[in-house]
Write a protein that binds this ligand. Structure first.
Ligand code: PEP
Ligand code: MG
Length: 877
């Protein structure tokens, strides 16, 4: 009943129903909180209900709240449906006043110190949380008392010191509230309850909810529970326990115990705890009882539980339990253990793990650092751990790595020219750009570690050095280490531990082998079950045979996006330049003819790697100027030549072309299908290369499954034009080769207009693939290359969204377009194949959405393929 009682309250009730020793108490429901927040006042009947439950509590305890001779004290704690750690309020020791403090001391065997310490804690917590008294004033008074005593340890303050401190606290209370500290126990209780209600709307709680996407209207429950004390002597104490190891998942006894202490002391780390096993020696009866309770809790919750308990004079009390947090590795191991123990089935095991955890398990990690020094933090753009020698340009990265050096490519920002260097490097570090910057997207695609936007660093490419905070200087060749999971940048070498889970996916580790550990076996079992359950197919975004092979090993069922633009880079640039500079049809055709065989070889490689599985090849997408030299560099070269009285015809023409092609807003300019329409012969050349490659594979006995995809279509007319030309070329090749070759022609849906006119577009398309990167960019009007650095951090801080819409699909806006596009496309063409190939295809939350909308497949970078498989399985159960 977490909705009504909150997590803590529901679990306390559950433990009470199980007959476990829970201190008596009652829970005020979230409904009461909502009514209070709506009207600003306690709802009718609440006071009477608190009266009757308090009376029952007093009977159960044989004490009265705040009785001067033998006071019942209560704790008043918040507890919402979803855990919001530390966001809302708690008040302990409610019921103490100037009189009952003496009664408490007497009941505690004359322990005056304990009673006065409890009282000063009440005034401090109550003042701060109920009456907004600045907490540091109490802290200062406490510090002053310790200073006067010549100590830094709270425990050195005796009863008298604490009595004096209580007086000081009361004065602070009056100063800020204009009234005395309330002496009436029931008034204390009512005010504390209201304060907990109100803490639901505390600024930090509101912010936390927005970020965690917890609905704002749930309200919190309030738990009023009899206080039990672990600080009454050597036969008392407090501790925490886990029913299994939350780090590895292994069975055993895990926990900490602190004798003669209260919960806060454990948290504050005032004294060292002992391992829970030691409790057996200290108090065997309580220890045995605790172990029995832990076993019952696991059986009841069918999961790892964490527990807080207190022993008051030899009597064990359970203060809290909940299904415990755990590491990614423990999540997999525990889920399969519970299956073996017959507590849950495999569906439930699949449900208990997720893609974020799997992704964590797939990256190499840093082991314990020896002497590396943390120098700064950037954005954790692509996870993993990488160590290498700093290099500052792509050329050096390639050269050094060929000679066997491990390198980290350090750039201010990267561009398509850096691709070779990025491939050669262990990891990429940039000082500019956000999580969708070129460096980040490309690195994630390659499964390569990347830290981007480390703004404290100054990258001096010319001087081949990196400078930074505290006089940091890293010269070319110096060792650095970057952690793409945390964004940390180290100088020096941090040891790296490879991932056994990747070895398993790569087929290098047999899960039935002796060498495979519990984790690999668990991952194997759960992945296999997910694959049986899922309805979504999973493909990969891959543009090289190597990536395609790896994706296939990782379980990809085809390629959903082969971006052909990388095939125009490097040495092939000269052909693109010739194409752009062509003055006549002949010159242009020559340039295209020179590109044809190169493209054909590329496709042969990919069709071979993906033999028997569909390969979606996308025709050229980015604007042509991206393949030309940088405008500034070229201008400088031309100017220098002119100053020397030289004239390089070609460079001059190039510069003119760069100016001609320059666009204010290239993302919305001449790219995608628009290029195919404006540059005669370009798409025809690509289609010819694809079909010829497929024909060659066919002749060699292969089974190429060709899908040709047209990018950035807005209107069906664009698609029809390109389609006619593509079909003509394909026909020609097939006739010439004397073979029949089935192929599909489809389009990306990555512009709002395309989604909104999907019914028309489907008439000319055999498949759709949602390009959710561009669709997000154009639906929100956010430039995907600029926004993260420019204003996303402000948007995240202000809670406008909890996660970047470029990472997790925005269901309400972009998702609506995906739904419309799918439904209207299928209405026009029932056998339309529909997939997605934007970054969202590998994002766990988004995969569930694509399942719900009924897509046929998701496509993502090879490294995300297992994550998408797992989430597609989870979405289907
Ligand atoms: C997209 O826009 O989602 C997409 C896959 O294409 P690209 O990222 O290459 O623009
Ligand atoms: Mg796109």
């Amino acid at each position: 009943m977490k909705d009504l009682l909150g997590g803590k309250g529901a679990n306390l009730a559950e433990m009470t129903n199980l007959g476990l020793p829970v201190p008596p108490g009652f829970t005020i429901s979230t409904e009461a909180c909502k009514a209070y927040l709506d009207s600003g006042d306690a709802p009718d009947g609440l006071a009477e209900e608190v009266d009757s439950h308090l009376a029952a509590l007093e009977r159960a305890m044989g004490k009265r709240l705040g009785d001067p001779a033998d006071p019942l004290l209560v704790s008043v704690r918040s507890g919402a449906k979803f855990s919001m750690p530390g966001m809302m309020e708690t008040v302990l020791n409610v019921g103490l006043n100037d009189e009952s403090v003496t009664g408490l001391a007497a009941q505690a065997g004359g322990n005056e110190r304990f009673a006065w310490d409890s009282y000063r804690r009440l005034i401090q917590m109550f003042g701060k949380t109920v009456c907004d008294v600045p907490g540091d004033e109490f802290e200062h008074a406490l510090e002053g008392a310790k200073r006067a005593k010549g100590t830094t340890n709270d425990l050195d303050l005796d009863a008298n010191d604490l009595r004096v401190l209580v007086d000081a606290y009361k004065t602070i209370f009056i100063k800020h509230t204009g009234r005395d500290f309330p002496q009436h126990p029931r008034e204390q209780l009512d005010l504390a309850v209201n304060a907990v209600f109100e803490s639901w709307n505390a600024e930090r709680a509101v912010l936390y909810r927005r970020q965690e996407r917890i609905p704002a209207d749930l309200g919190t429950a309030v738990n009023v529970v009899a206080m039990v004390f672990g600080n009454l002597g050597a036969d008392s104490g407090t501790g925490v326990a886990f029913t299994r190891d939350p780090a590895s998942g292994h069975q055993g006894i895990y926990g900490d115990y602190l004798a003669n202490a209260q919960g806060e002391d454990v948290v504050a780390g005032i004294r060292n705890t002992v391992p829970l096993q030691d409790l057996e020696r200290l108090d065997k009866r309580s220890y045995d009882e605790l172990l029995g309770i832990m076993a019952r809790l696991e059986e009841h919750y069918k999961d790892l539980c964490d527990i807080e308990f207190t022993i008051e004079r030899g009597k064990l009390w359970m203060l809290q339990t909940r299904v415990g947090k755990r590491t990614a590795a423990a999540a997999f191991v525990i889920a399969t253990q519970l299956v073996d123990e017959g507590l849950i089935d495999l569906d439930e095991a699949l449900h208990r793990v997720n893609g974020v955890q799997l992704a964590q398990l797939m990256f190499p990690r840093f082991g314990d650092s020896t002497d590396a020094e943390l120098v700064t933090r950037g954005m954790n753009a692509s996870p993993g751990a990488a160590v290498g020698r700093a290099v500052f340009d792509s050329y050096t990265a390639v050269k050094w790595s060929r000679s066997g050096e491990k390198v980290i490519l350090v750039r201010r920002e990267t561009n398509p020219d850096d691709l070779d260097g990025m491939i050669a490097a262990q990891g990429i570090l940039t000082s500019r750009g956000g999580k969708t910057s070129h460096a980040a997207v490309v690195a994630r695609g390659m499964g390569k570690t990347c830290v981007c936007g480390a703004e404290e660093l100054n990258v001096d490419t010319k001087g081949r050095r990196l400078t930074g905070p505290h006089g940091l200087v890293v010269e070319e060749g110096d060792l650095i280490s970057i952690d793409g999971s945390s964004g940390a940048v180290y100088r020096g070498e941090v040891p790296v531990v490879p991932s056994p889970v990747v070895d398993y996916f790569e087929g290098q580790l047999d899960p039935t082998d002796e060498q495979a550990d519990d984790l690999v076996r668990a991952v194997h079992r759960i992945m296999s079950h997910g694959d049986r359950a899922r309805r979504l197919a999973v493909r990969a975004n891959a543009d090289t045979p190597e990536d395609a092979e790896r994706a296939r090993r990782f379980g990809a069922q085809g390629i959903g996006l082969c971006r052909t633009e990388h095939m125009f880079l490097g040495e092939r640039r000269q052909y693109v330049e010739r194409l752009i500079l062509a003055d006549s049809d002949d010159e242009r055709d020559e340039a295209l003819a020179a590109l044809l065989p190169l493209q054909r070889e590329d496709f042969i490689g990919i069709f071979t790697a993906m033999d028997g599985l569909p390969v979606t090849v996308r025709l050229l997408d980015p604007p042509l100027h991206e393949f030309l030299p940088n405008i500034t560099e070229l201008s400088v070269r031309v100017a220098v030549a002119e100053a020397r009285g030289e004239r390089h015809e070609n460079e001059l023409r190039l510069l003119q072309a760069v100016h001609r092609l320059h666009e204010q807003n290239p993302m919305l300019g001449l790219r995608g299908v628009r290029l195919g329409i404006v540059v005669p012969g370009l798409f025809a050349m690509q289609v010819r290369a694809i079909i010829e490659a497929a024909a060659e594979r066919r002749k060699a006995g292969g089974d190429p499954r060709v899908e040709i995809m047209i990018p950035l279509v807005d209107a069906v007319q664009e698609l029809e034009l390109v389609r006619d030309e593509a079909e003509r070329v394909a026909r020609e090749v097939c006739e010439r080769e004397g073979i029949e070759l089935p192929y599909l022609i489809g389009t990306m849906i990555e512009l709002p207009r395309a989604a909104l006119t999907a019914g028309q577009i489907a008439e000319a398309a055999e498949f759709f693939s949602f390009g959710t990167n561009d669709l997000t960019q154009t639906t929100w009007g956010f430039s995907r290359d600029d926004v993260e650095a420019a204003f996303f951090s402000a948007y995240l801080e202000r809670g406008i969204f909890g996660v970047s819409p470029f990472e997790t699909l925005d269901r309400d806006g972009v998702g609506r377009l995906v739904r419309i596009g799918t439904e209207e496309g299928r209405a026009a063409r029932p056998d339309l194949k529909v997939g997605v190939c934007g970054e969202h295809g590998g994002d766990p939350d988004s995969v569930h959405f694509f399942h719900e909308v009924g897509l046929d497949y998701v496509s993502c970078s090879p490294f995300r393929v297992p994550v998408a498989r797992l989430e597609a399985g989870r979405a289907a159960i």
